[in-house]
Design a protein around this ligand. Structure first.
Ligand code: AMP
Ligand code: FE
Ligand code: FE
Ligand code: ZN
Length: 292
């Protein structure tokens, strides 16, 4: 058993890297990938604990990518060099974006005569990354709106004074960052793209041209028909089929570590493919095309 998609307290999971490895060891997992959002901060501790507990730890990351459609696009990176200076610099740049955006939203609201304090927005976000929901709650508390949905409708949705796009990498930038730090790029939970048939195929083809090497066919919320579809697509495009639970601890209490993956993956071959493809990806593309 392996689980190739997990979050720790380094991003929005509730288990520390050590506690997550302990859980993996107790469940008898052979390998686990740590794929926190926008950070590799949990990896050193997980690797260390993995050695002690006999669990093989794969250094990973999960990046959001700009996506025009209704859903969301996330890209996973595996076997990345988690000490790579360029990777660390880009990730820390990325992690500063939500805060800057939140502050700018509050400034724009002030300019529009709407009172809400930045301090309160920050408090509401706590350790997590600031987003429009925190501004909405602060607006509600300040009596500026009668409800959260009104806060979005009047002040936070596109076309209103406080709307600002989220800053994310393009898929090509995300994949390139993963490749240039020696990793293999995999499309996370394809169902969240909310695409069907030709649309999905076209999207995957485009991602492959950008350096994508795998798709996460097995995921906690994929149903059987979806899994079969992703198996077909993986075979058709020669992609590595990976799987992971997207474990977040108590933040997503219905998702269990490695649940639903038991026996569905040929672990050794998936891991071998992820490891070797990364070298190929590097040779094919990224050495000649390092992002500046
Ligand atoms: P952000 O990532 O900062 O752009 O905020 C997006 C989040 O805002 C979404 O994940 C939703 O949880 C929340 N959201 C968006 N629109 C609404 C709405 N009309 N009412 C309540 N929550 C919303
Ligand atoms: Fe998450
Ligand atoms: Fe995700
Ligand atoms: Zn995830």
């Amino acid at each position: 058993m392996i689980d190739l998609h997990t979050h720790t307290t380094a991003s929005d999971g509730t288990l520390s890297p050590e506690a997550l490895i302990d859980l993996a060891a107790d469940k008898g997992l052979q390998a686990i990938a740590i794929t926190d959002h926008d950070t590799v901060g949990g990896i050193p501790a997980a690797l260390e604990r993995g050695k002690q507990r006999g669990v093989s730890v794969i250094a990973g990351v999960e990046l959001g990518a700009q996506w025009e459609g209704a859903g969301q696009m996330h890209i996973l990176g595996y076997y990345i060099d988690y000490k790579h200076p360029h990777l660390l610099e880009r990730l820390s740049w990325l992690r500063a974006r939500p805060r800057d955006r939140g502050e700018e939203i509050v400034k724009r609201l002030h300019a529009a005569g709407v009172m809400v304090t930045w301090d309160r927005v920050l408090q509401l976000a706590g350790a997590g990354s600031v987003g429009r929901p925190h501004v909405a709650r602060a607006l509600l508390e300040a009596g500026q709106v009668p409800s959260i949905s009104e806060a979005f409708d009047r002040y936070l949705n596109p076309g209103t004074p406080g709307f600002l796009e989220k800053i994310q990498f393009t898929s090509s930038q995300a994949i390139e960052l993963i490749c240039s730090s020696g990793g293999t790029a995999v499309l996370a939970h394809p169902a969240t793209l909310k695409l069907r048939n030709e649309g999905l195929e076209a999207c995957i083809e485009e991602l492959i041209s950008e350096g994508l090497r795998g798709i996460e066919g097995y995921w906690s919320k994929h149903d059987k028909p979806e899994v079969s579809r992703y198996e077909e697509l993986a075979a058709h495009f020669g992609l590595i089929m990976t799987g992971g639970s997207d474990f977040h601890g108590a933040n997503k209490p219905t998702i269990e570590l490695s649940a639903g993956l038991n026996g569905q993956l040929d672990e050794a071959s998936v891991l071998r493919a992820l490891k070797t493809r990364n070298t190929q990806a590097l040779l094919q593309r990224c050495v000649v095309n390092l992002p500046v």
